[in-house]
Design a binder for this molecule. Structure first.
Ligand SMILES: [Fe+2]
Ligand SMILES: [Fe+2]
Length: 433
């Protein structure tokens, strides 16, 4: 079992620390434990990433709960010293493990850097306080995630308490939206973390309420958007796990069933006491969140309907839903970068699947169309954004290598086809401290 190998390694690492505290450096006992850890690392055959966030220990993308007794002393000392991330190379040797544990036993502060083991903080910026805003925000995010899990379980069981708990969580999230990046960063970085059902519900809740706030909707609408984001995919409960986790393309029968999840979600929400009276938009959004602004998508919209049937809250949730799904690893594809996901949102906005008036402020929130960003235009031109138009973020001024400047807001100007990726990675361990 590959995951067991990881857990054994963690245990060995904990034992190595305990042994070294009891026995001197270079002693037989310490050496033996280091060899055991090395053996597990060789079996695993890939780098190992350990993250410490508050009371949480995360091994690769998996939260370890409870923390094994053998690792508790190590966990505590790492916490006290302010370590947040340990990255052990697949080719680390016994000697590397011994040197690293020596650094910890001697209670040296982070960072620790050898060619095989990096330990330090999660943020690139150096800082003086032991706990960064980034870490605190991730801890806040993890708290919301645990709540989301409980809320969705209540709602799936048609318990009205789920709605009460959702309102509480949503009001806390909204109160923190003024520092939007605080909650956006964990979304960016924890995209693979924990169960997709919960992270996705929470992310769509945060992203769509931030969008509603940016659009200056009333507090009541912002609240409704957040609640709707949290509950939009409840209907997936009715879809068998094998279909949700299918690696290949869905067959026609499977697709038909999958496309019923908006209906299942709306039905489930209507079965919860008082939802229809007190939160009538929740079932509406659950039903509409896959409907395109151009009437594409599902459930199919009767093309003969005279007026546009999509509620504005459904349109906001749909944008965050598409974005978060693209940013997450799925069984059938890897996670896309922010730039790639944003490029696809732009495409959907131009073809009309998403409302362009709402996609633009969403991209502003993500800060993906700022000055200096490299873009490829629909006529093949490659360039950099040199100036932005506040009221038309999708149509900035772009300069190319020949010194020409294109105003994309001009009639018949090319459009942005693709935003190129940045090389920055906030989760890197500092390499030059
Ligand atoms: Fe959905
Ligand atoms: Fe969704």
């Amino acid at each position: 079992m590959p995951q067991d190998v990881l857990l054994y390694f963690l245990n060995n690492l904990g034992s190595l620390y305990r042994m070294r505290r009891i026995y001197p450096h270079g002693s037989r006992q310490v050496l033996q434990t280091a060899r055991q850890a090395y053996q597990r690392l060789s079996e695993w055959g890939k780098p190992i990433r350990i993250t410490l966030l508050g009371q949480d220990l995360i091994l690769e993308d998996r939260r370890i709960d409870p923390i094994p007794v053998s690792c508790q002393a190590l966990f505590q000392v790492l916490q006290q010293l302010g370590f947040e991330r340990i990255q052990i190379g697949a080719d680390a040797q016994v000697e590397d493990l011994l040197n690293w544990v020596e650094h910890i036993v001697l209670k040296h502060q982070p960072p620790y850097q050898s060619s095989k083991i990096l330990t330090g903080w999660m943020n690139l910026q150096q800082r003086t306080s032991p706990q960064s805003l980034f870490t605190r925000s991730i801890m806040g995010y993890l708290g919301f995630l645990a709540e989301t899990q409980g809320i969705l379980a209540d709602l799936e069981a048609r318990k009205p308490e789920g709605i009460v708990r959702a309102r509480e969580v949503v009001s806390t999230i909204i109160s923190r939206l003024s520092i939007v990046r605080e909650l956006f960063e964990p979304i960016r970085e924890l995209k693979n973390f924990d169960d997709y059902t919960y992270t996705h519900a929470l992310n769509v809740c945060i992203l769509s309420s931030a969008l509603a706030r940016a659009l200056r909707f009333s507090e009541e609408i912002v609240n409704t958007v957040a609640m709707a984001g949290l509950t939009h995919d409840l209907g997936k409960k009715e879809i068998p796990k094998e279909i949700l986790n299918l690696k290949g393309a869905l067959g026609s029968e499977e697709r038909t069933l999958m496309e019923k999840h908006p209906y299942f979600g709306a039905k489930l929400l209507l079965e919860i006491p008082n939802v229809e009276t007190n939160h009538p938009l929740l079932p509406v959004v659950a039903y509409q969140h896959h409907m395109g602004y151009d009437r594409s998508g599902y459930p199919r919209i009767d093309q003969r309907m005279p007026s546009h049937p999509l509620h504005v809250v459904s349109q906001l949730v749909a944008i965050s839903d598409v974005y978060d799904a693209l940013r997450t690893v799925r069984p059938y594809r890897p996670a896309l970068s922010i730039e790639k996901a944003a490029s696809l949102l732009i495409r959907d906005a131009w073809v009309g699947r998403l409302n362009r008036d709402y996609v633009s402020p969403f991209l502003l929130l993500l800060n993906v169309l700022s000055v200096g960003k490299k873009v490829i235009l629909s006529d093949g031109t490659k360039g950099k954004i040199v100036e932005t138009h506040t009221n038309r973020p999708l149509c900035p001024m772009v300069g190319d290598e020949q010194g020409r400047v294109f105003d994309l807001s001009a009639p018949s100007a090319p459009r942005i086809l693709e935003i190129e990726e940045d090389e920055e990675n906030l989760f890197d361990i500092p390499r030059s401290c």
